[in-house]
Structure formats: structure tokens, C-alpha cells
Design a protein around this ligand. Sequence first.
Ligand code: GDP
Ligand code: MG
Length: 430
Amino acid sequence: MFESLTERLAQVFQRLRGKGLLTQADIEQGLREIREVLLSADVHHEVVRELLERVRARAAGEKLVESLSPAQHLLAIVRQEMTKVMGGEVHKLRLSGRPAVVALVGPAGGGKTTTAGKLAQHLRKRGRRPLLISADPERPAASEQLATLAQSIGIPFASADQDPLSEVPKILTQAKKDLVDVVVLDTPGTPPGVLPPAFLAELMATLKPSDVLLVLDALVGQEAIRMGEVFLSLGLSGMVLTKLDGDARGGAALSLPSRLNLPILFVGVGEQPDDLEPFDPNRMADRILGLGDLSGLVEKLQEAGVTARAEKVLREETFTLEDFLGQLEAMRHAGPLGQLFSRIPGLGRPEEEEIEREFKKMKAIIQSMTVEERRNPHIIGASRKRRIARGSGTTVQDVNRLLAEYEQAKKLLKGLKRGKLPGGKLPFPR
Ligand code: GDP
Ligand code: MG
């Protein structure tokens, strides 16, 4: 996601960091470079202009924070302004009414049907009782795709394809009796830039859904603005941005919220029913700026049950190398390790095989230690390091690296315990 954008922005900030103190000219040069990068990432020119104007004004007016270098300070400003451009805070579904109705609208091929399934699954995971409804009178086979999807994820489905205006209200009445508390409504798409069919406006007026989400494909970049505009008359409450998994540029994510004046509630990150994530502008700005996705990491670790273990360890105020090994094991089972590691700033995205190799090496090193060494790593001096390296078929550098990583994990866990990101203030790369 956003690989090319992130890489190029990182280069800009790296150059700035290399300068130490920043002159006005350095900042201007930096802003020009950021502008170029954003424009070539297909961010709308007005959005770029407004963003950089705010950054420039703040960079000129703000007193330097002592603990930050000038480049870090500029990065912090860009990060905050980028977050604002993407909607500022997290926006959630309203979900009012019994059942609550969430309607998905948007151009054909944007991902409505796929998202309907994902959203129903997401809601069910949060304790809701969803029902999927297809309301597409124009394509006879439209409901089949959703019906199949619903069946595969085990969510009830109803078709209102014959005559949505009369059928959907009937289905809702029955759904209420069946204790369904949320309905996800899939609707027909139109070719890019073509107004939605008249029945859709009528259907929205009749149902008054608590949430009408515009589903747009991130891969089309800022063209998505034009594709979305024709749906504004339907009374939209937010957006879902799909196919972010394939989007290296980020133009849509950065342009849409301010251009359409709509928050992004979810992003699609793959074709599978689980590939939907709530959208968090802060986290997204961190991703774009290559600051790592630590909050995502925390969630992953929680899913893997790693933090429960970590909490226990920390309550007892000890975190030994044995615990560290246990953690690595748990993370290894938490899903693609590379994905997990790529969220830690500075670690990049190593290859799966490389990680496997690294893991084996770390394990061998820890296993070559005495029990005492594992529990009290601080006693490991130079001669012990040499012995451990020999015993594990590695080098003293490997042992040093493992010990450094262990220390870092310890810090990370302390941060988790406090419920904060590690590092205290802003998670800046060095
Ligand atoms: P609709 O016409 O708006 O209903 O779009 P569909 O739900 O049928 O999706 C169109 C295509 O986009 C399908 O091949 C989906 O599998 C694919 N798709 C939808 N969302 C995502 C996503 O988040 N990531 C990826 N990679 N593909 C997606
Ligand atoms: Mg569809």
C-alpha cells in the first residue's frame, strides 16, 4: 500500500534530516519536493496546495520543539496536516434504526458487492445480526454474486431485485421480526460519471438509511472524485475506499475526503471477506510517511494473544529472553510475519524466507545460552557472547543484534502496557 509515495517522501525527509538546521530555503525546497511527490501520486492539485500552505504557515510560525530536530518537526507538521486532509479523526457507522440500514452505492466495479459481504462479516464479528439484501433490478444475475458470497460466509441473504421499492420494505419488516439488527443493502452501479438510476434516489428517500456509503476504487486515483460526485445527491454519509492493497500511489485516499467532503469509514485491502479495515486517518498518515503502523501492530499482537502474555510478563516485572523467544514464536503464528514486521518502523519489509532464517538463528542463539543467561541477559559479557556465538553457529554480531532486539521488544511491551505507542511522544524514525 502506497509504496511508491512512502518511498519518495522518505527520501525527501532523509535529505532534510541530513541538513541538521533548516534554513527557510531548505524548507521551501523540501516543500517543493513534497509537492512534486504528491502530485505524481495523483493527489488533487487543490488538496496539495492547501496542505502545503498550512504546512508552510506552521513551519514558519511554530517554535521548535526541543526534543525534535528541525526535520522531525517538519515531518510532525506534515503528519498532522495529512491526517486532517484525510478526515482528522476516526468516523464510525451510525447504525441507527431497527434494523439499521447501511446502503452501498457507487460506480460499477468499485467493489460494492464485495464490500457488502465484508461489512456484514465485520458487523457480525462485533456482535451484530446482519442481513444482506441485493437491490439491483437492472442486472438479472446481480443477486447471484451476493447470494453466493452470503452463503460462503454464512450470513442470511434476501433478494429484492424484482422490484426494490416494494420488496425492500417488506424484507425489512420480516427482518425485524427475525431480530436482524442491521441490513447491508447492495445496489446497482453505473458507468463512471453516469448518474445513479432514478429508483435509487426514491429507495433512499423511502428507507432513510442511517448510513449511505459511497464505494470507490482507489486504483483510479483522483478520477474517483468525478466518479463519486454523481452520487452526492443520494445523501451520502461516508465512503469505503477499496483496492488499497494494490494502490502504490495514495492519490484517492488523500484527495477524496476533502474534495467530496465525506469521511472514509473503511478501506478494502483485498478480495477476501476479512479484507476490510476501519479507516484511521492518523494511522494512514503514519503509513504514508513510513512511520510504521504501530497501532496496527498492537492489534495484530492482541489477535495473536501475544499481549496477554506480555502483560502477565510485565506485571511480574520480568521479561526474559525465554519470554522473548515465546513472543517470536507467537508472532510467527500470528500470520505473515513479514506483514507484522513491516509495521515496525525501520525494519522494512523483509522476505518471508529471510524472516524464517532469522527466526531460526535467534532461536539457536537463545538455546545456546544457560538458563541463568536467559533470565538475566545483563550478565552476558564479551566472553559469554563468544561462547554463545560458537555454540549456535552464529557470530558475536548476531548475538549483539539479538540482544538489541530483545531490548527493543522490552521497550515496546512497556509501551503496550501503558497503552501507548513506544517511544513516548511521536514515533519518529531516527
Ligand atoms: P461492484 O460492481 O461495485 O459490486 O464491484 P464488485 O464487488 O463486484 O468488485 C469488483 C472487483 O473488485 C471484484 O473482482 C472484487 O474481487 C474486486 N475487489 C473489491 N474490493 C477489493 C479490494 O479491496 N481489493 C482487491 N484487490 N480487489 C477488490
Ligand atoms: Mg455489484
